[in-house]
Design a protein around this ligand. Sequence first.
Ligand SMILES: *Cc1c(COP(=O)(O)O)cnc(C)c1O
Length: 386
Amino acid sequence: MSDETRPATKVVQGGRRKDWTGPAVNPAVWRASTALYDDVASLRAGVKTNADGEFFYGRRGMPTQWSLAEALTALEPGAEGTMLYPSGAAAVAGALLGVLKPGDHLLMTDSAYEPTRRLCDEWLAAYGISTTYYDPLVGAGVADLVTDTTRAIFMESPGSLTFEVQDLPAIVAVAKDRGLTTLLDNTWATPLYFPAIEKGVDLSIVACTKYIGGHSDVMLGSVTAAPGAWPALRETAQILGQCVSPDDAYLTARGLRTLDVRMARHRDSGLEIARWLKGRAEVARVLYPALPDCPGHEIFARDFAGAAGLFGFTLAHGDSARLVDALRHFGIGYSWGGYESLALPTEPGRYRTATRWTGGTVVRLSIGLEDPRDLIDDLSQALVAA
Ligand SMILES: *Cc1c(COP(=O)(O)O)cnc(C)c1O
């Protein structure tokens, strides 16, 4: 038996230290602002060590939060630690603010999540940090965009609206050669299907609101760091006062325990429905890297251990809004990765500057855990209605 367990086992076992769970299977919801010390000497010692996983003050968390953070770290072999944030957007901001300072230059994928772009364009720019957007398919060509002040390269793979898979090993190789920090928005694959730190990324960002929580009832984000990136990440989160409630940490950990079985169902149903859509005359393109003829599939097959159930498609004719309105089993709303299916018409062309999106409106589907045959029946009637 090897010492290293497999990811599905880590999902179940991670962070469940006996010190934290007591006699129960899960740690309790520790509601606390104050941790009480036995005496002044131990109070003073606590300030000095400032260690993780030791009682200090509520903002540093309690066993409920420590357990979740440790479980997420365990899913990223080679990682040093994980910081938790009140949302995925806060995690993106926390990761970038720990790396960049005024005068720095950031390379950002043109396929990035829109609030990430807003952070760069409206906020980082005001602090003297410039951003250049790059073609997500640039690969090793990203080297041509590196300047004397470039400090970091941010990736999102696949992009959550247009699903381009980035050649992450090629980009990481450029970054290592030039001494740059790499950040990845890893929300789609999760560390289960893409252990980013092991693949050379410095900071792996996950909106746990999506698949990790998995039940559409909690907002939470995480950043897991390689050893070299950990001290600055941790210090920045502490200075910015980032913390999450024990209830939210508990719900997220509860979701995490079933991640492996849920992801398998999302993946299998996603593939079945994407294949079916591809065969329909009303459908122009299906944007799903798990499909063999989707651009980027070779890179996906090389680098990923599995696919999420989130993908897009475009219509050859018909109206995307009418299609989404006609669906009965898909909710209309933001977010994704929950147990229930969602559909959304999106306009990726609005959020591009380095590349042009010529595909028009993309209908994005988050395939939930329903019977895929019911979802196909529903899509079938909605395609006719559109
Ligand atoms: C949703 C999302 C986020 C932000 O997460 P929130 O928890 O909603 O703030 C970040 N990145 C991607 C790719 C997302 O889909």
